[in-house]
Design a protein around this ligand. Structure first.
Ligand SMILES: Cc1cc2nc3c(=O)[nH]c(=O)nc-3n(C[C@H](O)[C@H](O)[C@H](O)COP(=O)(O)OP(=O)(O)OC[C@H]3O[C@@H](n4cnc5c(N)ncnc54)[C@H](O)[C@@H]3O)c2cc1C
Length: 385
């Protein structure tokens, strides 16, 4: 089916990104994989390329384009090449929507120009050791000082993508206890400078996949956060999270669809080259049927992902629709990548083959940004159940 989401500008961007990946990422990717992260300098290159500023208003150094279509192209091109741009996905996909929606003009002037160049990399810290799905149960606190000049932050976060390299982190913390009617009340967001006294980065976590993206534990002991760095209004954090998780979930859905499409491409190439019993693996009817079934699933996921993209750009993607797109695309990717790995035989289990990395990288899509079970909860509630 003819796709209508991308125009000439997006396709020109695709060419640029494809060439950039070939020149700057593919030759060094094994080193990043072994090191467990992309080097900090790489983020400056992404800044120079203009990737961080696409949707940042021009007055703050960006290109001012109100669309997620370039991000969509990035998902397709990185997956196609079997690579990732380190932990930088959270910088644009997760952190930026909060800054654009909530930052005051003064905060935008302070934060966005360095955001665009990659001089300051951002992460977002919601999850805690004791609570992930149930974010209202978070224990990190931020207490306003007696003179009203700053908040004092105490607590711990875990699984924070980009947490090792981050210069600034949007930290969610309790500024008031939950009320009897609403346990989501009392959470606020803060732009925390990672060089603050009392802020520390704990372990860089050893993950099953996403090897080139740094994921860390964070701890806060009496960290002073100036009142100027409160993001949005006090105690309304949960509402903001609910609003912005829709774009995060679209991103995960799109990335998962792109990974599934890449898996089919890798498998198709592999089965034509690999010979067993004197014939290419592609010769067997099972191979053709498996790949045909996978392609049909990818086509369906692409239609959902593209439609969600249009809805997101139009400001119409509801939380339940984003949850539905995430649930569908990530479950499709899970099935498709597994079947494509199977067609690689033992080589599919080796990290030197991109299908093995895709398999490991994709697994988390059904967990982070809200698990598949939480997506079902959201959809069921929207259905009135
Ligand atoms: C690689 C990685 C990167 C991450 N990056 C970030 C980040 O940058 N920032 C951040 O804040 N967080 C991040 N996370 C955290 C992620 O969002 C959480 O792991 C996720 O929301 C699940 O929370 P949890 O791990 O505490 O699981 P739990 O909430 O403990 O869930 C355990 C199980 O219980 C199920 N469950 C929970 N509630 C229900 C329910 N109501 N009904 C049915 N089943 C339920 C879950 O589906 C799951 O199967 C990251 C996680 C990973 C693995």
């Amino acid at each position: 089916m003819r796709r209508t989401v991308f125009n000439e500008d997006h396709e020109a961007f695709r060419e640029t990104i494809r060439a950039f990946i070939e020149a700057e990422v593919v030759p060094v990717y094994d080193e990043w994989f072994a090191a467990g992260q992309a080097p900090r300098d790489f983020y400056y290159k992404l800044g120079e390329l203009g990737i961080f500023g696409i949707s940042v208003p021009e007055e703050f150094g960006g290109a001012g384009m109100e669309t997620h279509k370039f991000e969509a192209v990035l998902y397709e091109e990185t997956s196609r090449a079997g690579v990732m741009f380190g932990g930088s996905g959270v910088h644009v996909l997760l952190a930026l929507p909060y800054l654009k929606m909530l930052a005051t003009d003064e905060q935008k002037k302070r934060f966005l120009p360095k955001f665009v160049t990659g001089e300051e990399m951002w992460a977002i810290a919601m999850t805690e050791p004791g609570t992930g799905s149930d974010l209202a149960g978070m224990k990190t606190t931020a207490k306003l000082s007696e003179d009203g000049s700053h908040y004092v932050l105490n607590g711990a976060k875990t699984f924070i993508t980009g947490g090792v390299h981050a210069d600034k982190v949007i930290v969610c913390a309790r500024t008031a206890p939950p009320t009897a009617e609403d346990r989501r009340h009392g959470i606020s967001l803060f732009c925390v400078d990672t060089k603050s006294e009392g802020y520390s980065v704990g372990r860089k976590l050893d993950k099953l996949g996403l090897k080139v993206s740094d994921t860390a534990e964070l701890a806060f002991v009496d960290v002073k956060v100036p009142v100027e760095d409160l993001l949005g209004e006090e105690n309304k954090g949960f509402y903001y999270l609910g609003h912005n998780l829709a774009s995060e979930r679209w991103g995960i859905a799109y990335g998962a669809y792109a990974q599934a499409a890449a898996a089919v491409r890798f498998a198709k190439q592999y089965v034509q080259e690999r010979t067993v019993f004197g014939k290419p693996v592609a010769h067997f009817q099972n191979t053709k049927f498996e790949l045909a079934a996978c392609q049909a699933e990818v086509d369906a996921a692409q239609a959902v992902a593209d439609r969600a993209l249009e809805a997101l750009d139009a400001g119409e993607l509801t939380p339940a629709e984003a949850a539905s797109a995430k649930l569908f695309c990530t479950e499709v990717a899970h099935r498709v990548i597994d079947r494509c790995l199977q067609l690689h035989g033992g080589y599919g289990y080796m990290n030197e083959y991109p299908i093995a990395r895709l398999y490991a990288d994709n697994r988390v899509n059904r967990i982070y940004g809200g698990t598949s079970e939480i997506m079902k909860t959201i959809i069921a509630k929207d259905m009135g159940l």
